[in-house]
Design a protein. Structure first.
Length: 448
């Protein structure tokens, strides 16, 4: 009886500790990782590093000199050598460790075993990043960082660089317009596409950049940011007037580049290899970012006259996508579906949008439209996004790489307020002045 009492006395605190750890892991994963998960996983890694690397096929025979030295000193069998590891560095979301590859290995060998390493060391994910020739860094993520998004302190933002989401490896996803000038964002209703757009607009609102928008849903998505927009078109008719103005602005900037660098005025635009960033800062025109929401609305036609207008608008969008980068004009095209079935020029326009972001879609063909031509293996990941995780997306580019991201929550009111605070940064662009949206003011009914 006394032994049973002792077991009950000991089991009570143990059960309480176990319950507390389970609660922390479910409700506060970051705190659980710092107190429980990281020490356990670090012990597993350090204690089983050699055997795990051997079972994953990541060891190589030792050099002849090392084999002779070991045999002469210990008279025991010489075992294969794993990659030499550096110091284990803990982070708030996981751990990092650098490995020096053994002779004959490449980063792809480590990446191919990432899933095995994840299970062996009891972490949520393992990601491999080359640091320099012969050295890679393993990023071990202790828990699902995309369940509750918290952006890291260091996000790597800057001019035309906007941190808009968190990657599954706990690093910030930065939308860099200088390296990827044009992007296609797809997603079904309530998939988080608008949230992604809000973060982009608010991130650019504080920078010396001109923002223009085409929102054929009567402006319901972009009108709240009207105080920071240099131009806004809310129907296809207004878009048909705004796009030629942007094309003309692009051609004027090419003329400026020609005049500055002594290029003949008759030189075709396609043969000009320089851009506005080669101009002196005092003469450099302000960059323009054009947001197109629900791009399919621009392709819909109801009559012969609408078809001619559609073809003209699509041609102008293609010209901006092909030539706009050098003139400092960038495109962010959003929609629910985008493919050849939209009409003439759709596929050609999509080919110019090198950045791709695919939120939850309603069918597999939609995911293939976004990612199938640049990262076919990412299509399956996009099709598995659950409806209860809005903001989760798969991002890829023409390099073939892809990853999962999720945008943090940002209310429409907060986004509109940030744009209103930056209204004084709207640049003076005579070409876009006729399309400047009027300030939206709320009027209260008179009271007796």
């Amino acid at each position: 009886m006394s032994e049973l009492t002792t077991l009950m006395e000991v089991g009570g605190p143990v059960a309480a500790l176990g319950g507390g750890a389970a609660y922390l892991r479910a409700k506060h994963p970051a705190a659980w990782w710092s107190t429980v998960g990281m020490p356990v996983s670090a012990g597993r890694l350090l204690g089983s590093y050699g055997s795990v690397m051997d079972s994953c096929g990541l060891t190589v025979p030792p050099s002849r000199l090392r084999a002779l030295a070991v045999h002469a000193a210990t008279r025991r069998e010489v075992r294969p050598v794993p990659p030499r590891r550096g110091l284990l560095r803990p982070t708030s979301t996981g751990m990092r460790i650098r490995l020096r590859l053994a002779p004959g290995q490449e980063p792809a060998d480590i990446a191919a075993s990432a899933e095995r390493l994840r299970h062996a060391w009891g972490v949520h994910g393992v990601y491999v990043e080359p640091v320099k020739p012969g050295v890679v860094e393993l990023r071990l993520v202790g828990f699902d960082v995309l369940r509750r998004v918290r952006m890291p302190r260091k996000t790597g933002g800057g001019f035309l660089r906007v941190p808009v989401a968190l990657r599954e490896d706990a690093t910030a996803f930065v939308r860099d317009f200088r390296s990827i000038p044009h992007e296609l964002v797809l997603g079904a209703t309530l998939s988080g596409k608008s949230m992604y757009l809000r973060h982009l607009i608010t991130g650019l609102a504080a920078q010396p950049v001109a923002l223009a928008g085409i929102d054929c849903k009567r402006g319901v998505e972009l009108a709240p940011f009207a105080s920071r927009l240099s131009a806004l078109a809310t129907d296809p008719g207004q878009a048909a007037e705004l796009l030629p103005a942007l094309v003309q602005e692009m051609e004027d900037r090419y003329d400026l580049i020609r005049a500055r660098q002594g290029i003949a005025p008759t030189t075709p635009d396609e043969e000009i290899t320089s851009d506005v960033w080669g101009l002196p800062e005092s003469e450099r025109p302000v960059p323009i970012v054009l947001f197109v929401d629900e791009v399919a609305e621009l392709f819909l036609v109801a009559s012969r006259k609408d078809e001619e207008r559609r073809d003209e608008m699509v041609t102008q969008l293609i010209r901006l996508a092909q030539l706009g980068r050098a003139a400092g004009i960038y495109l962010e095209v959003c929609g629910q579906r985008f493919g050849a079935e939209l009409g003439k020029g759709a596929t050609m326009l999509r080919a110019q949008l090198s950045g791709r972001v695919c939120h939850r879609v309603n069918d597999e063909p939609s995911a293939k439209m976004a990612l199938g031509d640049i990262a076919p293996e990412a299509v399956g990941a996009a099709c598995t996004i659950a409806p209860e995780r809005p903001g989760l997306a798969v991002v890829g580019d023409t390099s073939g790489g892809w990853s999962r991201i999720r945008t943090p929550y940002l209310s429409l009111a907060d986004a509109a307020a940030r744009c209103a605070e930056s209204a004084h940064l709207v640049p003076e662009l005579p070409a876009l002045k006729p399309f400047r949206p009027a300030s939206l003011t709320k009027t209260r009914p008179a009271t007796a």
